[in-house]
Design a protein around this ligand. Structure first.
Ligand SMILES: NC(=O)C1=CN([C@@H]2O[C@H](COP(=O)(O)OP(=O)(O)OC[C@H]3O[C@@H](n4cnc5c(N)ncnc54)[C@H](OP(=O)(O)O)[C@@H]3O)[C@@H](O)[C@H]2O)C=CC1
Ligand SMILES: CC[C@](O)(C(C)=O)C(=O)O
Ligand SMILES: [Mg+2]
Ligand SMILES: [Mg+2]
Length: 337
């Protein structure tokens, strides 16, 4: 089935400009949505708990900050951009008591709706605007006059205008400059989790670290291993981004292209593909979501250990030293792009 893709001319900004929007959370996605909504002429208020360290950042950016409950009470449109693991209790404590008929409840990712951790009442719109990129780049692209593609979905259309409203929101954060694809909460949630686990984050990090380990354990210089397995990956992926795998293969040497065809499938072989299928089935059954919520409820013991191990991997120390010599590479991640 061909996807329906919407661009700027398909979206009516006035639909969201006439609403008050509460953005709950001011992290990677929250700051990007809030600042770009404001710059698109929308009345936006931020909802953050007392004591949240994000409060100062939002206020420094000139945004009005209230508690999540106060912001939800004021708003017509409530965008939930707190961590996925915090959304259940945020919804129960702050949003639900203020979710009156006709309001719109929006998400940046479908996990809590897809797996039933949140069940909104039937008289509100429930929709999603999910950028297909990290929040800091969502903001940077908006500021640069570009945009990150977004997935847009409607779970519940109480007003009959949920989709055009979500599309207007997407336009306000730059998404329809690049393309907004209509989907469902189920499809977004399952493909997003699969992508980040098997390819974009899990797969790519493991590939880079393992390549670095093989070269350094064989006695090659860590600096050379870093450039080969991490730094140059961006340059190769840039070519894929611009013109697909075919353009990358056009630009590399025939020697590299032959190595690609003959060796790549030995690295990502049928065992890896079977494991990817297993990962997908854990996502589809809800096993992954239940595991992650339980890990968070238990205080994140594995997450904390794995984060520390990742930060201590030798590739990080080598990279820090080398990036220090390339002022144009270590572009800081900021709230202003
Ligand atoms: N990161 C990304 O680029 C992407 C994220 N998404 C989705 O966007 C959503 C937000 O993720 P992300 O931006 O990564 O989150 P972050 O972890 O970057 O930021 C979370 C923000 O929520 C605040 N927060 C924490 N608890 C609460 C609460 N109870 N009520 C209100 N605010 C709270 C945090 O404040 P404090 O400073 O106090 O911690 C912080 O400002 C998730 O659904 C995620 O799946 C979708 C696409 C990409
Ligand atoms: C790839 C990770 C992501 O899904 C994203 C930036 O799109 C996320 O959840 O952060
Ligand atoms: Mg994603
Ligand atoms: Mg994700």
């Amino acid at each position: 089935m061909t996807a329906e893709v919407f661009y700027d001319d398909d979206a009516d900004l006035a639909l969201i400009q006439s609403k008050k929007v509460a953005v709950l959370g001011y992290g990677s996605q929250g700051h990007a949505h809030a600042l770009s909504l404001r710059d698109s002429g929308i009345d936006v208020v931020i909802g953050l708990p007392e004591g949240s360290k994000s409060r100062a950042k939002a206020q420094e950016q000139g945004l009005r900050v209230l508690s999540p409950a106060e912001a939800s009470a004021e708003a017509d449109v409530i965008m939930v951009l707190a961590p996925d693991t915090a959304q259940r209790s945020l919804y129960a404590d702050a949003i639900a008591p203020n979710l009156t008929a006709g309001k719109a409840l929006l998400f940046g990712h479908g996990l809590n709706i897809r797996y039933g951790f949140i069940t909104p009442p039937a008289d509100v719109d429930v929709a999603m605007v999910a950028p297909k990129g990290p929040g800091h780049l969502v903001r940077r692209q908006y500021v640069d006059g570009k945009g990150v593609p977004c997935l847009v979905a409607v779970e519940q259309d109480a007003t009959g205008t949920a989709f055009p409203l979500a599309l207007a929101y997407t336009k306000a954060i730059g998404g329809t400059r690049a393309g907004a694809i209509r989907t469902t909460f189920k499809e977004e949630t399952e493909t997003d989790l699969f992508g980040e686990q098997a390819v974009l984050c899990g797969g790519a990090s493991a590939l880079v670290q393992t390549g670095f380990e093989v070269l350094t354990e064989a006695g090659y210089a860590p600096e050379i291993a870093y450039f080969e397995c991490l730094h140059e990956l961006k340059l190769i992926v840039d070519l894929m981004y611009e013109g697909g795998i075919a353009r990358m293969r056009y630009s590399v040497s025939d020697t590299a292209e032959y190595g690609d065809y003959s060796r790549g499938p030995r690295v990502v072989d049928s065992r890896v593909k079977d494991e990817m299928r297993k990962i997908l089935s854990e996502i589809q059954s809800g096993e992954f979501a239940r595991e992650w919520i339980a890990e968070d409820d238990a205080g994140r013991p594995n997450f904390t250990k794995w984060r520390a191990e990742g930060a201590a991997h030798p590739i990080e120390e080598t990279g820090k030293k080398l990036r220090g010599m390339m002022s144009w590479v270590d572009r800081p991640i900021t709230e202003t792009a």
